[in-house]
Structure formats: structure tokens, C-alpha cells
Design a protein around this ligand. Structure first.
Ligand SMILES: Cc1cc2nc3c(=O)[nH]c(=O)nc-3n(C[C@H](O)[C@H](O)[C@H](O)COP(=O)(O)OP(=O)(O)OC[C@H]3O[C@@H](n4cnc5c(N)ncnc54)[C@H](O)[C@@H]3O)c2cc1C
Length: 483
């Protein structure tokens, strides 16, 4: 141990355990400064409203954990490059450390900051705290990047680094340093005020590192053994709900991987279901792989041939979709779940995304933007990659001609209509036979169920076959144009 000062810059890694940058500083320094800029929008896409709420709660939780160990976070609002330069002058020869971000804009910014620090005589170290494998370390045989999931998965699993042990950072042995910056978390206006829509989200979620591990443990104890089948049914809580915790780095994918592998190897959980779960964690890795190799994943079609597609501009229909008033119960239930909890079930995300980009032929970027603002797990990699996958403009084998039928999807994955009833209570009295197509209900029965179409619940904003045919024609035209 030296008498070096360590400066830890927190970003998307809001945890103490298995935090490689923090771990490194604990091994090499004797005193510690912990900093973060909760706005941090100078260099990248600014956070959506639901993510800001999560960030506030998560930082609050992290600071509390740090306080218990005698440390605290210094919040700063200055541009990070300027603030770090000031710290560099205050602590010559300090060691700065952070965990990497992987979108091209952030990489460029972090590289600039690293150079500035090194030019000023400081040491700057960056680490992988967010992924199982660095996106550049997984390559095709010809040295390119993967555009298809299955070979990517095989190549990733072949990498031994996943199995490396997890690090623990004993920060209590380091002396805390106060750098005299008095900004407070509350000063950053991350919480909604007018109106304050946070109560329903706060009631649904627990925030922070401990909550993330509690979620993982509950999932392993109660749900993982039914994951492969159960994950497709939105009224069952068979998924892990770890996405926002992963997004903000309250838990690392390596921690999840190690825990699931451990339980599997000790035969405490079913192997097939465990592997299915881990394969979803690898989908997240794949999305980061694409993000790293594709500038503007949230802005540009991954497959450029779709640039000529003529999307419809229809503000009214977009708004009806956003508000969950399309007249298709499974879509409306999903959009309302999103609004009230900041999260939506994966199966339903696919159905609503397909409906927007295919039936309504509205640009997938509009949907991506809405998800970015309303999801607590809004992720710079998963969100655009998944939107492009569903729209058919992205990587991997997601054919553009696949159009989800919202009625059949509802009947298949919400057969009793329990999910719809939960989020669209005005349809509660409908039987499973009608719950996914209220416009087919005989008038007399509608009355008995207290439903007046167009008043208590909307008529469908588009007829299914018409929407499907129009989408196929538009996408087919691209094929003909480019072939
Ligand atoms: C249109 C669309 C937008 C999406 N936007 C996001 C987003 O912004 N952030 C986000 O984390 N996920 C996104 N997803 C992927 C997926 O829907 C969520 O990760 C999942 O629903 C989160 O719930 P969970 O943690 O209970 O998932 P689980 O089923 O328990 O999965 C565990 C973890 O694996 C990863 N994962 C699971 N499914 C996928 C998938 N299809 N693609 C990539 N990673 C996956 C996530 O990190 C997830 O937390 C999107 C999917 C679609 C179709």
C-alpha cells in the first residue's frame, strides 16, 4: 500500500462489490475520493425521466452504504473533464479510475479525459465493470464483429474471463478525503415534481445494490426453474426484474453469472432453465457488442437499405399508442404497465414495438425514444438494438416480414386475460373468449360487461389485416428497390 490518493469516478456502476475500478483503488491507494456527476449529459444522450428517478434513488442508496463505511460521494455539476482537471491540480499524482462505457460517444469522451489526466501527470485507469467480456474481445474468425447472436454466444462462452473470481473492495481501510464541493444530490432535479408521478414507480421497485441481490436471490429460489416457459407469460412473475439494476450497475452480469453457475453446479436449480436465463444475459452482451461497433445505434438503421423506407408521420396515433389507447388490449395493457411501473414484460415489449413499427408504420425511432424516456431500465444498447430487431432493420435474423398479430399473441401468452385485466380494468368483466378482441363482443354482452366501445374503451385504431398488409407492402418495396 502506498500513500497515493485514489479518485473513483462512478457512472453506470453504482455498487461496491465486484466493482473493478474501486477494487483497484483499494489495492493501490491509501485514501479515496468518490465522485459522480448525476447529470453527465455533456457527452452522451441525456437520461430519460424514469432513468433519472432510478439514478437518484440508486445514488442515495449507494451513498448510504458508503456512509456506513465512513465514506461519501462528492456530487459535481461541472463538465467532468474540467472537474477532474481541478482534482488533478489539487492531488498531483493521484490515481483516477472508472469503469468503461461502451457507446462510441462516451468512449471518445473518456479517451479525451484519460489523455488530459496523463498529460497532467496523473494516472488514469479504466476497467470493465459492465460486461462479461469486452465487446472488442469477441471476434469472428475473420476478425470482424458478430451480427448474428448464436455464433456470438458461442464465441463469448469460449472466453475464460467469465470465470475469473469476483473482486471485493475493502474501502473501509482507506482514508476518506473531502474535496470541499458542497453540491447535493437533491440539487440535480432528478426527481419529477410537476406532476410528481414517482409514487407508483417507487411502490413497485426497491433500489440499490442490496435490492438487486435480493431480487436475484428471490428469482433463483422461486422462479428460475420455470424460466424457459414462464418467461413468455406476462401475468406470471417468472423473470428476474433485474434489468434496471443491471442498467445502473447495482449488480454486475458477472455476479449473476457466478451465482447462477454455482447454484446449477450444486444441482440446486434446473440446468436447462438456468442456461436459458444465462442466454438472455448474453443477449445483453450482444446488444453492447453491436453498440460498440455501430455508431448511432439509436439513430441509424443498422441495415442501411431501410433508409429509404417511408415511415408514416401520425402524431395522433403515436400518442394513442403511448397512452395505451389503441383498442388492442394486449398493447394497451403493456403501454400502461410501462407508464405506471417504468417496466414492461419482454414479450409485450416485442408486441407493442411490432405494432408501432409495422401496423402503424411509425418510425421505430419514435418508439425507442418513448421507451428511453419511460423505462427505468432504458439502456443505450438493449433499447435501440431490440427496437431495430423487432422493426426488422437491425442485426440478427429478425425478418422484416414478421408482423406480430396482437390478438393471437394475447390469446397465446395471456390466455385468461389476467394481464389485460390488471392494466385495463375497464375490460375486467370480459371472458377469455373476448378479452383480446372486445370489438367482436355482441352488443348485449358489451352492455352486461359495462363497456361502451369508443367511450369506456377505444375501437381499434387500425384494422389488423389492413395494418399487416400495408407494412408488408412497404417493407417488400424496399426489398425490390434494393435487390
Ligand atoms: C422493444 C424492446 C426494447 C427493449 N428495451 C430494453 C432496455 O431499454 N433495457 C433493457 O435492459 N432491456 C430492454 N429490452 C429487453 C428485455 O425486454 C428486458 O431486458 C427484460 O424485459 C427485462 O426484464 P427482466 O430483467 O425481468 O428480464 P429477464 O428475463 O429476467 O432477463 C435477465 C436479463 O437479461 C437481459 N435480457 C433479457 N432479455 C433480453 C433481450 N431480449 N435483449 C437483451 N437483453 C435481454 C436483461 O439484462 C435482463 O435484465 C427491450 C426489448 C424490446 C423488445
Amino acid at each position: 500500500m502506498t500513500d497515493k490518493v485514489g479518485i473513483m469516478w462512478f457512472r453506470d456502476d453504482l455498487r461496491l462489490e465486484d466493482n473493478p475500478a474501486l477494487h483497484y483503488l483499494c489495492e493501490t491507494c491509501s485514501s479515496l475520493v468518490l465522485i459522480t456527476n448525476p447529470k453527465s449529459a455533456e457527452d452522451r444522450r441525456s437520461l430519460g425521466s424514469a432513468s433519472k428517478l432510478w439514478l437518484h434513488q440508486s445514488l442515495h442508496s449507494l451513498d448510504k452504504n458508503l456512509n456506513a463505511l465512513g465514506h461519501h460521494i462528492t456530487y459535481f455539476s461541472q463538465d467532468p473533464e474540467t472537474f477532474l482537471e481541478t482534482l488533478c491540480a489539487q492531488f498531483p499524482e493521484a490515481i483516477f479510475a472508472w469503469n468503461r462505457r461502451y457507446d462510441p460517444v462516451s468512449i471518445q469522451y473518456d479517451t479525451k479525459v484519460k489523455e488530459m489526466l496523463q498529460n497532467n501527470g496523473a494516472t488514469a485507469k479504466s476497467f470493465n465493470g459492465a460486461l462479461l467480456c469486452e465487446p472488442w474481445s469477441v471476434e469472428t474468425k475473420t476478425g470482424g464483429f458478430f451480427k448474428v447472436y448464436t455464433p456470438f454466444k458461442k464465441a463469448l462462452i469460449a472466453q475464460q474471463v467469465i470465470d475469473e473470481p469476483l473482486g471485493i473492495a475493502p474501502i473501509e481501510i482507506l482514508k476518506p478525503i473531502d474535496v470541499g464541493n458542497n453540491e447535493k444530490l437533491e440539487d440535480f432535479d432528478l426527481l419529477p415534481t410537476k406532476p410528481d408521478w414517482s409514487p407508483s414507480l417507487k411502490a413497485f421497485w426497491q433500489f440499490g445494490e442490496k435490492a438487486a441481490h435480493d431480487r436475484l436471490n428471490i428469482f433463483i429460489e422461486q422462479n428460475i426453474d420455470d424460466y424457459a416457459k414462464g418467461r413468455d407469460f406476462p401475468d406470471r412473475t417468472k423473470t428476474s426484474f433485474l434489468s434496471p439494476h443491471l442498467r445502473f450497475g447495482e449488480i454486475s452480469p458477472r455476479q449473476i453469472w457466478h451465482k447462477v453457475e454455482f447454484e446449477k453446479n450444486n444441482q440446486n436449480i434446473d440446468e436447462k432453465n438456468a442456461d436459458k436465463y444465462l442466454s438472455e444475459i448474453i443477449w445483453r452482451e450482444f446488444a453492447y457488442h453491436l453498440l460498440y461497433h455501430t455508431p448511432n445505434l439509436s439513430q441509424k438503421n443498422f441495415a442501411p437499405k431501410f433508409n429509404v423506407l417511408e415511415w408514416r408521420k401520425d402524431e395522433d396515433q403515436l400518442e394513442l399508442w403511448q397512452k395505451g389507447l389503441t383498442g388492442y388490449p394486449i398493447i394497451d395493457a403493456g403501454m400502461r404497465q410501462l407508464w405506471q411501473t417504468g417496466w414492461m414484460h419482454n414479450r409485450v415489449r416485442m408486441i407493442v414495438a411490432s405494432f408501432l413499427s409495422k401496423h402503424l408504420l411509425i418510425d421505430w425511432r419514435e418508439g425507442e425514444k418513448w421507451f428511453w424516456d419511460t423505462l427505468v431500465d432504458a439502456c443505450p444498447a438493449n433499447n435501440p438494438a431490440s427496437w431495430q430487431w423487432v422493426a426488422g432493420t437491425g442485426a440478427d435474423a429478425a425478418p422484416y416480414f414478421r408482423v406480430f398479430n396482437p390478438i393471437i399473441q394475447g390469446e397465446k401468452f395471456d390466455p385468461e386475460g389476467e394481464y389485460v385485466k390488471k392494466w385495463c380494468p375497464e375490460l375486467t368483466k370480459l371472458s377469455p373468449k373476448y378479452i383480446h378482441k372486445p370489438w367482436t363482443v355482441p352488443q348485449l354482452l358489451l352492455k352486461e360487461c359495462d363497456i361502451i366501445l369508443g367511450v369506456t374503451y377505444p375501437h381499434p385504431i387500425i384494422e389488423h389485416t389492413h395494418g399487416r398488409t400495408r407494412a408488408l407492402e412497404a417493407f417488400q418495396a424496399i426489398k425490390e428497390y434494393t435487390s
